[in-house]
Ligand binder design. Sequence first.
Ligand code: HEM
Length: 426
Amino acid sequence: MQMVSTEASPAPELSFAYMLAGVCGMLGAAAMLVWQPEALLTRWHPAALAAVHIFALGGLMPVMLGALLQFVPVACGLSLPRWGWGDQLLLAALMLGVATLAEAFLSGSTTWFLLAGSLLLTCLGLAGLRLAYALWQQPTKAELVASMRRSTWALGMTLTLACVLLGILTQGWDLPLVVLVDWHAQWGMAGWVGGLVASVAGVVVPMFHVTDAYPRGWTRAMQMASLLLLAVGVAAWWQMGDVVTGIRVLLCATLAGFGVLTALRVRKSRRGEHDAFHWGWLGLAVISLIAAGLALAASLLADPRWSVAFGVMMLAGFGGGAINVMLYRIVPFLSWLHWQRHNAARARLPLLHQIIPEKWQRVQLAGDALGIALLTTASFAPELTRPAALLLMASKLMLAVLLAQAVRSYRSRLALLKTLPPRVRT
Ligand code: HEM
C-alpha cells in the first residue's frame, strides 16, 4: 500500500480557498440549469455547454488543484513548487476564465471565446506544467505517481483539443467538429476526471476503509484505458465506426470494473463504522456502474438523450460525488493535522467526525444523490430539470456552508493554540 508522509503537508489555507471556490463553481453550474432548464434537451444547447464547463473547470478543477497541493507532497513525497500570491492569482484567472467561457457559449461571440481560451489555457497550462514538473522530476516506479502522470497527460490532451475546438469555432478551421468534441470530452471526463478519481481511490479506499488494495490487474486496466482513449479518437477520425464502438464498450467495462472493485473493498472494510464516508464511497461505486451502463447505451443506441444522461452522471455524479465525499475527509484531516502541529499545549482537539458534524454530512450527501438521480432522469423528462437543479443548488450550498464553518473553526482554533504556553512535562 502507498505510504504517505503528512510531514510534507503545506499549510492548508490555500487548498481550502481552492476547495471552497470549486464548491461555489458547482453551485453556479446548477444555477445555470435552473435559469435555462431547456439546456438538457440537447448536448449542443449553449446553456448545456456552459454548465458542463462551469462544473468541470469552475467546480472540479479548483478542488482537484487545491487537493493536489496537498496530495502530491503527502502521498507521492514529491514537492510541488509554491507560487505564493501567484497561486491566488491562478485561482482568480481560472474562475474569470470559466465565467468568460460560459458567456462565450451563451453568446457565441468569437471575442469571448478567444478571451476565455487565453485566460484558461494560460492558467491551466501553468498549473499542468507545475504538476508535470513535480511528477516527472524524479524516476519512480510508484503506481500512484504513474497513474497521476496519466491523469496529467489526459488533462494535457483535453486542453490541446480545446485549443483545436476554439480554432474551429473562432478561425473556421476545416476539421471534423463532432469527432474532436467527442475526443475532447472523453479525455476530459474519462481520462482526467475518471483517472484522477481512480488514482486517489487507489490510496484512500484501502487506507481509510482499512481494506484490501486494488488488484494488479486493475492497474493494468487503467494503463490500457489511456491507450484506448488515444485509439478511440484516431479510429473516429478515420471513421472506423465498429472500432470506435468496440473501444467505447471496453472503456465502459473499465468504469464498471472500478465500481465493482470499489464496492467489494468498501463492503470488506475492517473499520466497521458505517459513517457518511462509508456510504459515500459505496454510493460512488454504484454511480460508476450506472454511468458505465449509460455510456454503453449512449454508444449502442441512436437516442441522443443517453449521452446527455451519461454526461450528467459522469460529471455531476462520478466527478462531483467523489469530490463531495473526499472533502468530508480532506478538510477535517488537514485541520486536525495542522492544529496538532501547533498544539505544544497538548490541548484536547475535536475528533475528525466532529469537525464537520456527521449528521449533516449524511443529509447533504443524500440530497446530492437525489439531485443527481433526478437530473439524470431529466435527460428523458425535461420537466424535472429545474427541480433537480434546485435540489443540487441547495445541496452544494449546504456543502459550502459546512466547509466554510469548518475553515472558520480551523482558523480560530489555530489562532488560539498559537497563544497557549507549551505544556511542561512534570
Ligand atoms: C481550456 C479549457 C476548455 C475549453 C476552452 C473547452 C472548450 C470546449 C468547446 C469549444 C467545446 C465544443 C462546443 C461546441 O461543440 O460548440 C467543448 C465541448 C466539451 N468540453 Fe470542453 N473545453 C475546455 C475544458 C474542458 C474540460 C477540462 C472538460 C472536462 C471534463 C471539458 C468537457 C467538455 C465536454 C464534455 C464537451 C462536450 C459537450 C457536449 O457535447 O455535450 N472541457 N469544450
